[in-house]
Design a protein around this ligand. Structure first.
Ligand code: MEV
Length: 321
């Protein structure tokens, strides 16, 4: 058996997180420069069956194909791949390495699971339609996120900028002009599962107050799609700011996120908001070439532990395979 390297990207949410869980549209894109990797090697002596080794964490996880107990989302994903292919677990170890900070809103869980799935498929010499792989990664996500919309796994598996609506066919986003973002990390890890659960409690406690917030986010996303299609940075920036205000109503921002967002806007960003589950993790700022340096410096001064750039590049209309 060869030793293929498999990989999957991080993601960021441009607009619409949290409301996406309730069927509102959202826009997300891959961060192809930041990735999770998985390679396969023969088992160490005396080890039998399939194992997943998180070498960074010094963890070795056996994959039990016949059990319904789930130790981790990675085990579940490997098990579902084998069941789908009707194959027994091969005698090998999948080694994981990820450059994506966990619990920071960048889709680390889905990226790591996708890299593991791809390494396993490659080692078995098997292929799987992206839609089937995406469904399997989604089931793994449910362990991390409780009631995920599916946006993280979908943008990561397809590695395309997407206009996403839960349970609807995947739609690739058309991008009318280049858009540059800075992504900055508060350095605070935050559980998406807890944030999603807290929003659920808010919705249940006061649907008349909270459902309109979710609907307004959906409207922001529809207008944001139009702005992205036209390459209209000014409108998109204003919509990101409006989205951030609604996310504050949902209680998923944090003082650290707000501080970085204020710093980016004061330094000339066209718009800024949290990205992902919130409560910590990463924020994004929409910048122009002329403002990128000043925004980066301001974010670093404001305490960001890491700042990097990513861009959406113009596309033509295509359907996702
Ligand atoms: C997490 O990246 C996005 C959330 O909307 C959760 C989800 O849609 O599954 C917060």
């Amino acid at each position: 058996m060869s030793a293929p390297e498999a990989t999957a990207p991080a993601k960021f949410i441009v607009l619409g997180e949290h409301a996406a869980v309730y069927g509102q549209p959202a826009i997300a894109a891959p961060v192809s420069s930041l990735r999770a990797y998985a390679t396969v090697s023969p088992n160490a002596l005396a080890l039998r069956g399939l194992h997943i080794a998180a070498d960074d964490l010094n963890q070795l996880l056996p994959v039990q194909i016949d059990s319904d107990d789930v130790q981790s989302s990675l085990e579940l994903v490997a098990r579902l791949i084998l069941r789908q292919l009707r194959l027994p677990p091969p005698d090998l170890t999948i080694h994981l390495h990820s450059d994506i900070p966990p619990a920071s809103g960048l889709g680390s869980g889905a990226a790591v699971a996708t890299a593991v799935a791809r390494a396993l498929l490659a080692a078995l010499g098997a292929e799987m339609p992206l839609a089937v792989l995406n469904e399997i990664i989604f089931q793994g996500e449910a362990i991390y996120h409780g009631t995920p919309s599916g946006i993280d796994n979908t943008v990561i598996v397809y590695e395309q900028a997407l206009y996403f609506i839960k349970d609807r066919p995947v739609e690739r986003l058309t991008i009318g002009g280049r858009l540059d973002f800075m992504i900055a990390d508060t350095g605070i890890s935050a559980s998406t599962k807890i944030a999603v659960g807290d929003v659920r409690r808010l919705v249940d406690a006061d649907p008349n107050a909270v459902n309109p917030v979710l609907e307004r986010i959906g409207e922001i996303v529809v207008r944001g799609r139009d702005a992205i299609e036209r390459g209209d940075r000014t409108t998109l920036g204003a919509l990101m700011n409006a989205n951030q205000a609604e996310l504050q109503h949902l209680t998923v921002s944090s003082p650290e996120l707000d501080h970085l967002i204020d710093a980016a806007l004061a330094a000339g960003a066209a718009g800024a908001k949290l990205s992902g589950g919130g409560r910590g993790g990463n924020m994004i700022a929409l910048v122009r070439e002329e403002t990128a340096q000043a925004v980066t410096a301001a974010l670093t001064r404001a305490g960001a532990v890491r700042v990097f750039s990513t861009s959406l590049h113009p596309t033509t209309i295509m359907s996702v395979p």
